[in-house]
Write a protein that binds this ligand. Structure first.
Ligand code: S3P
Length: 169
């Protein structure tokens, strides 16, 4: 299986790490949010504001369905994508999932001052969402505790723990 999915909360580093990991493996990199934005021609915030969260979730679901055509790819999922059981099933069918388990305090530092995430309102509300989503993220195949490690160190850790089949094409 040569599709690797990075899951985890907003601000956990899925895009940064995904890009690096793809480079190291010689795989393509796909950021699912980026992909959706390109397809729709609107930013994630605009999609939420104009069409609502349910419409965005449907786009996410469809985008995941479309990944069957991709191989040798690292995919960064949006923070809510792995919460849906149907999406988890699809990810399981397609490849291996890695949970970037990032401490809440690090996430809050990163999110403070950003404006591109429509679900981010307050630290308190993030804390609740972070807690509520952990049981879903726990269902990923691998869990990597990122702590305050550098992206390079996290990628090393992932490479060390990836099943051999995903490490070579
Ligand atoms: C979301 C996370 C965002 C984006 C959207 C919803 C979520 O992606 O998909 O704003 O529900 O957690 P990132 O995790 O890349 O910020």
């Amino acid at each position: 299986m040569t599709r690797i999915f990075l899951v985890g909360f907003m601000g956990a580093g899925k895009t940064t790490i995904g890009r690096l990991l793809a480079e190291r493996l010689g795989y393509a990199f796909l950021d699912l949010d980026e992909w959706i934005q390109q397809q729709v021609g609107l930013s994630i915030r605009e999609i939420f504001e104009r069409m609502g969260e349910a419409a965005f979730r449907e786009m996410e679901r469809r985008a995941l369905r479309g990944l069957e055509a991709w191989d040798e790819v690292v995919v960064a999922l949006g923070g809510g994508a792995f919460v849906s059981e149907e999406n988890r099933r699809q990810v399981r069918r397609l490849g291996i999932s890695i949970w970037l388990d990032c401490p809440l305090e690090v996430i809050l530092e990163r999110l403070a001052g950003t404006t591109d995430r429509p679900l981010y309102r307050s630290a308190e509300q993030m804390r609740e969402l972070w807690r509520a989503r952990r049981p879903a993220y726990e269902q990923a195949d691998l869990r990597v505790e990122t702590g305050r490690l550098t992206p390079e160190a996290i990628v090393e850790e992932i490479l060390r723990r990836l099943p051999p089949r995903s490490r070579c094409s």
